[in-house]
Design a protein around this ligand. Structure first.
Ligand code: ADP
Ligand code: ZN
Length: 531
């Protein structure tokens, strides 16, 4: 038996050496483990790859009883348990994928005190049978993984998590540790409140991932840009390419394969067998590229993912951070690359409006998107902006390892250009009661007599041709940035452009509109940008 903190500490360290074969604790692991092993509650905010699992696995091993791990990642439980068993840890899981006999066996092991760790999906804790089972065994610690799922304001809310507050009521003497890689102040507070952890100690690790290079390039021909990026910088590397739709996942995977890159698709529309095969190939093979919707990746522990590419804009910074965080868990240089363009903004704004959700949800989704857009359009260090979003001060003003640090974007005074765009929208909307999308607005500005321009007499407008000084790409860039800054809005299923309250300040010359210059060519590769 151990009593002093010194001995508990060394028991934890001994377990780290003996069971996991690691030299030393990383970051705050040691302190967290000591605190929980001594019976304290904890809230742990640590980036993906930071080493959250040991924070509950070791307390479960050094305390008497079974550590109960609540995790929404049913698909990974088998893998997690297999990995632990390979280390000699007595682990099991109970979830809906098992048949009756398998479940009975795990339950019997638990009751006999023969399990160190038991993994459960949150929905199981709604069943009285599960709670009854747990009360008949001995529990050493409750670990609530992916704890941000309790946050209704977050991007990954799961109603079953709300019921987890009962754990503290039913088992007041069992320490609880909530863990997440999502770290906004709001999420942090919600976790503490909703899981009833008022006396928990809080451990907030730095969210900086210095080995990840962040880059966001203007979208021109995204698949070709992606191919060039892979060939120039990540030939033969394992990585994940995220797309918004299943269709675009399929087509991108086909495109990469046709161009000699070893790529497989992954999305919820594929049958379970194919998904499992593609996932396990990704985990076990070298240099496979998975093209996926965001259905892929949660909880995947592959240390040598060298890049994460986004062909579509994520819905929030939390999502972006979590997805890009799957790169470079081994600490070696990795790239988070994203192609982003006008259509992304229009599409996401449309999605938010056309959904059947309530006003509060729409406001929340808009706020999430606005922060994501601000990151895309910033002329500041991307890492600095990311960390600031998570309420952390970056160490230095500029990281030197993101595109805006490596090739600082030029800005230009876009006030007159903005006035031209907005005036065109005014002419159509106020004078004619018409609403058009970005393509028509740009054709009018450029003075193009397209069939649609002639059909609506738009060549008769006073603004026709007033934008001939800029290229089509520059106009797309300007409109994208006006949308991102809230100086212009999108409406309806056709993505028509309309004014916002803030538009007036530009039209009345009350403010200036600095814009990022659009690079003539898609962004420089690493070799070119280094100099
Ligand atoms: P998270 O859950 O925070 O994303 P994991 O717990 O999966 O991170 O850990 C990420 C990787 O780091 C795993 O491969 C894990 O084995 C390894 N790891 C964790 N802690 C240590 C340590 N103290 N020393 C060496 N490797 C560690
Ligand atoms: Zn930077």
């Amino acid at each position: 038996m151990t009593d002093g903190p010194g001995t508990a500490d060394s028991e934890a360290l001994a377990t780290l050496h003996r069971v996991f074969g690691y030299e030393a604790f990383r970051g705050e692991q040691g302190e967290i483990i000591e605190h929980v092993a001594a019976g304290g509650d904890a809230v742990v905010l640590m980036p993906t790859g930071g080493g959250k699992s040991l924070c509950y696995q070791i307390p479960a091993l050094v305390r008497p009883g079974t550590g109960v791990v609540v995790s929404p990642l049913i698909a990974l439980m088998q893998d997690q348990v297999d990995a632990l068993r390979a280390l000699g840890v007595r682990a099991g899981f109970v979830n809906s994928t098992q048949d009756f006999d398998e479940r009975r066996m795990v339950e019997a092991e638990f009751l006999a005190g023969e399990l160190d760790l038991l993994y459960l999906a949150p929905e199981r804790l709604r069943l009285e049978g599960t709670l009854d089972l747990l009360s008949r065994g001995k529990i050493s610690v409750f670990a609530i993984d992916e704890a941000h799922c309790v946050s209704q304001w977050g991007h990954d809310f799961r109603p079953d998590y709300l019921a987890l507050s009962l754990l503290g009521e039913r088992w007041p003497d069992v320490p609880r540790i909530a863990l997440t890689a999502t770290a906004t102040h709001a999420t942090h507070q919600e976790i503490t409140q909703r899981l009833h952890l008022p006396t928990a100690r809080h451990f907030v690790a730095s969210f900086d991932r210095p080995n990840i290079q962040y880059r966001i390039v203007p979208k021109a021909d995204p698949r070709k840009q992606l191919l060039a990026f892979l060939r120039e910088e990540h030939a033969g590397d394992a990585g994940i390419v995220y797309c918004l739709s299943r269709n675009s996942v399929e087509r991108t995977a086909e495109f990469l394969t046709a161009n000699g890159i070893d790529a497989v698709p992954y999305h919820a529309g594929l049958d379970a067998g194919t998904r499992a095969t593609h996932q396990s190939r990704f985990l076990r093979e070298d240099g496979l590229v998975v093209v996926a919707t965001i259905a892929f990746g949660m909880g995947i522990d592959k240390p040598d993912v060298r890049f994460v590419a986004h062909l579509d804009l994520p819905k929030s910074i939390e999502g972006y951070y979590q997805e890009t965080g799957r790169a470079g868990r081994d600490g070696l240089p990795s790239t988070a690359w994203m192609a982003y363009g006008l259509n992304d903004v229009i599409q996401q704004r449309k999605l938010i409006q056309s959904g059947e959700s309530d006003e509060a949800f729409r406001r929340r989704a808009s706020a999430h998107l606005d922060s994501m857009l601000a990151l895309c359009e910033t002329a500041r260090c991307r890492r600095g902006q990311l960390l600031a979003y998570f309420g952390q001060d970056p160490d230095a003003a500029a990281c030197g390892n993101c595109d805006t640090c490596l090739t600082p974007p030029e800005t230009w005074d876009g006030t007159v250009a903005a006035q031209k765009v907005l005036s065109t929208v005014v002419r159509l909307q106020r004078e004619r009661g018409q609403k058009f999308g970005a393509v028509q607005i740009i054709d009018i500005l450029l003075g193009k007599r397209t069939a649609k321009v002639i059909q609506f007499d738009h060549d008769q407008l006073s603004v026709f041709g007033i934008g001939a000084d800029l290229s089509e790409g520059e106009w797309r860039g300007a409109i994208r940035q006006l949308l991102a800054q809230g100086l212009l809005a999108v409406e309806g299923e056709y993505g028509t452009l309309v004014l916002t309250e803030a538009s007036g300040t530009v039209l009345r010359q009350e403010r200036e509109v600095p814009l990022r210059k659009e690079p003539k060519k898609p962004a420089a590769s690493r070799s070119r940008s280094g100099g």
